[in-house]
Design a protein around this ligand. Structure first.
Ligand code: FES
Length: 170
């Protein structure tokens, strides 16, 4: 039940990293009783702790709740709030709101997708960039808007997108 378009984290854990993950997981799980209906709160706790749902965590949660791993993975992949891989070092957010849409937001999103080679919800294979869309940044006067990390760029054009992302050094 995995999404083939989603980049999986294939990096080898650093020495000690897996042990640290296990330790943090044990801490999280120790505040639950092991009941089925705790699955979503546990997933939320793990995501909050790690920023995503590590594969090891999904396995430990399945053991803890005595559920099939496929059930835990199924829930983890079903809800948009959960991420199965770490976000990129940089987050590009493109506005999909009405004001941005009427001023060419869809074209801007396409250009961002082209520059990064990914779709919304995905991360580049080098984990440098993740792409997300937002309903409205509340900066409609600047439409169309793109936010790179915390930097808001308004009145975006495809040329500005290329200037922002075209020289990624890869
Ligand atoms: S619609 Fe894009 S910032 Fe409001």
């Amino acid at each position: 039940m995995t999404n083939p378009s989603v980049v999986q984290d294939t990096r080898t854990p650093l020495p000690g990293q897996e042990a640290a993950t296990e330790e943090r997981l044990s801490e999280i799980l120790s505040s639950y009783q092991g009941k089925d209906d705790e699955l979503i709160p546990i997933l939320q706790g793990v995501q909050q702790a790690f920023g995503y749902l590590p594969e090891l965590a999904m396995k430990r949660i399945a053991e803890f709740l005595k559920l099939p791993e496929s059930t835990v993975f199924g829930v983890g992949t079903f809800y948009a709030q959960f991420k199965l891989h770490p976000s990129g070092k940089n987050i590009v957010r493109v506005c999909r709101g009405t004001a941005c849409h009427v001023r060419g937001g869809a074209r801007i999103l396409r250009q961002v997708e082209k520059e990064l080679g990914i779709k919304p919800g995905e991360t580049t294979p080098d984990f440098d960039y993740s792409l997300e869309t937002v309903a409205c940044f509340g900066a409609c006067a600047l439409a169309p808007v793109v936010v790179l990390n915390k930097n808001v760029s308004g009145r975006m054009t495809t040329t500005k997108v290329t200037g922002m992302l075209g020289n990624r050094g890869d």
